[in-house]
Design a protein around this ligand. Structure first.
Ligand code: PEP
Ligand code: MN
Length: 344
């Protein structure tokens, strides 16, 4: 259910509607927009029909939303959401290029790569301290020590950080150290983790599960937003198909499909999507051309020594070229490269 207020509705009128929704035992999510405010209603009604709200002063209409997702939809919020990650805007007219190692391995490794990201024009640094690996014998990440390294490198290079949380224990620490919490493909449908992410007030990057339908991805974002955290970004990272010339198949068509029905920013990760270094640049160009709000790529200064995902990591110089080419493509489609934070 969605209550659409008149364009000129007064704050007191919005407040009255919100209070009435809460009195009905439901949760109200005011969503201010460019032209009007909408109020999403979640929870299950045990009292009067919320349609009574149609008669409240300042209310334009009450829309019954038939699909499961409400807060993520353009019905709730027609204009694009901009998520601010440590001072860098994601979404809107600017595009972002996020780079970094698959895993934080040491302070020296993370510094060397962050230096390349900053020099190359990237705006945000990615890197896993908690790694959900297919084999229990593979490198699992440095844990809190990895977060400390990221936080230190952020200060040195003015690069806000995105890092993955894999469970309730790690999410508390990630929320404390990082600028954005990543929920990985394997955890996309970990509902308790999604609710925990929704209870933080940190931006969340939600990656599409490797066999997830568009609706399932949006419903997982809805889990986070239903808890009151509206700072959510989506990420296409490839899905499983019969094709074996790449690690996964990057489903670029999900970008315009999402843009049509959701106001949330969507990024593309061509590194996990293809698993191959030589495909990262062309797929990044394609992602920006099709309307993605940015790309997330893995970078390593010594990929042959990387503790995880070396074969898909690009070198710092290749990253710089990727940023330049994404910027060129962005201009063709009427967008710009988001400026990076000024180095101190
Ligand atoms: C990652 O980004 O480090 C990662 C593990 O990706 P995914 O969850 O998409 O496999
Ligand atoms: Mn990886």
């Amino acid at each position: 259910m969605l209550v659409v207020m008149d364009a000129g509705a007064r704050p007191e009128q919005i407040e009255v509607v919100v209070r009435h929704i809460e009195k009905m035992g439901l949760k109200a999510h005011p969503i201010p927009g460019a032209n009007r405010t909408a109020i999403g209603i979640t929870g299950s009604a045990r009292t009067a029909d919320p349609e009574v709200l149609e008669n409240f002063p300042g209310v334009k209409e009450v829309i019954r939303v038939s699909h499961g997702y409400k807060l993520v939809s353009r019905e709730a919020k027609p204009d694009d959401t901009i998520v601010t990650v440590g001072g860098v805007d994601v979404g809107g007219n600017g595009i972002v290029v996020i780079g970094g190692p698959c895993a934080v391995e040491s302070l020296d490794q993370t510094r060397a790569i962050a230096e390349g990201i900053k020099r190359g024009g990237g705006q945000l640094l990615r890197g896993g301290a908690y790694k959900p690996r297919t084999s229990p014998y593979s490198f699992q990440g440095l844990g809190e020590r990895g977060l400390e390294i990221l936080a230190r490198v952020r200060e040195e290079f003015e690069l806000p950080i995105i890092t993955e949380a894999i469970d309730d224990e790690s999410i508390a620490l990630v929320a404390q150290y990082a600028d954005c919490i990543q929920i990985g493909a394997r955890n996309m449908q970990n509902y308790s983790l999604l609710k925990s992410a929704g209870r933080t007030r940190k931006p969340v990057l939600l990656k599409r599960g490797m066999a997830a339908m568009l609706d399932e991805l949006l419903l997982c974002a809805e889990y986070i937003m239903a808890e009151g955290n509206y700072q959510v970004m989506l990420c296409e990272r490839g899905v499983r198909t019969f094709a074996d010339h790449t690690r996964n198949t990057v489903d670029l068509s999900i970008v315009p499909a999402i843009k049509r029905i959701s106001h949330l920013p969507i990024l593309v990760d061509p590194s996990h999507g293809t698993g191959k270094r030589n495909k990262v640049l062309p797929m990044s160009r394609a992602a920006i051309a099709i309307g993605a709000d940015g790309v997330l790529v893995e970078v390593h200064h010594k990929p042959e020594e990387a503790l995880s995902d070396g074969p898909q990591a690009i070198l710092p110089d290749e990253f710089a070229r990727l940023v330049r080419e994404c910027e060129a493509v962005a201009q063709v489609v009427g967008r710009t490269l988001q400026p990076a934070l000024a180095a101190s």
